[in-house]
Design a protein around this ligand. Structure first.
Ligand code: SF4
Length: 185
């Protein structure tokens, strides 16, 4: 797998011009479950830590509520550098950065990949040749299990969406509980 030092000097796409840090994943490298978020937020970029901003805080709280210990997980991002003003990722940036996520998946070899949100799910579905879907269709995939190669793929909402849509929190917690059961099965 690539090193933190290698990632810090990456200039494969123009996001290197605006980042403070490129973030490598964190957590248990022997975990059965890999959570894949979209990209580091502003605070993550400044502090060089995963999930320390507002969406990270809500994720930590809900993992705790679902009795998922964070040492059971490896957590990473589809894109390793911050997207200015939290804009959407471009296809060219996803293409450029995906070598790092691919390398993490290969090195960690989790049983379950849980992409958070539309873009991470779209990339994982394409990588594992699962059916394509539109942004409008994405909510229908959340909380369902897809199997490809040796992986179970379990799409979840992005925690950032829960900051604005509190009505999705209960469903998110139920899906985290389902994820825990899945990791035990
Ligand atoms: S987003 Fe990825 S590919 Fe682009 S500069 Fe950062 S680490 Fe490199």
């Amino acid at each position: 797998m690539f090193t933190r030092e290698e990632l810090q000097v990456c200039k494969r796409c123009s996001l290197h011009k605006t980042r403070t840090h490129a973030l490598v994943g964190e957590g248990n490298i022997h975990a059965d479950v890999m959570l894949i978020a979209q990209a580091p937020g502003e605070r993550e970029d400044k502090e060089n830590r995963m999930f320390v901003g507002p969406s990270g805080e809500i994720l930590h709280t809900l993992l705790n509520e679902s009795n998922i210990a964070e040492n059971e997980l490896y957590m990473t991002n589809l894109i390793k550098c911050n997207l200015p003003k939290n804009r959407k990722p471009k296809q060219s940036e996803i293409r450029a950065c995906s070598i790092y996520l691919d390398s993490e998946i290969e090195a960690i070899a989790p049983k379950i990949l849980a992409p958070l949100g539309y873009y991470a799910t779209k990339y994982i579905f394409e990588k594992f040749t699962l059916p394509s879907f539109s942004k409008k269709e994405f909510p229908e995939l959340i909380g369902k299990v897809f199997i490809s190669e040796n992986y179970k793929i379990f799409p979840l909402s992005h925690p950032a969406s829960l900051l604005y849509h509190h009505e999705f929190i209960t469903k998110f917690v139920n899906n985290l509980k389902k994820l825990k059961q899945l990791s035990r099965s």
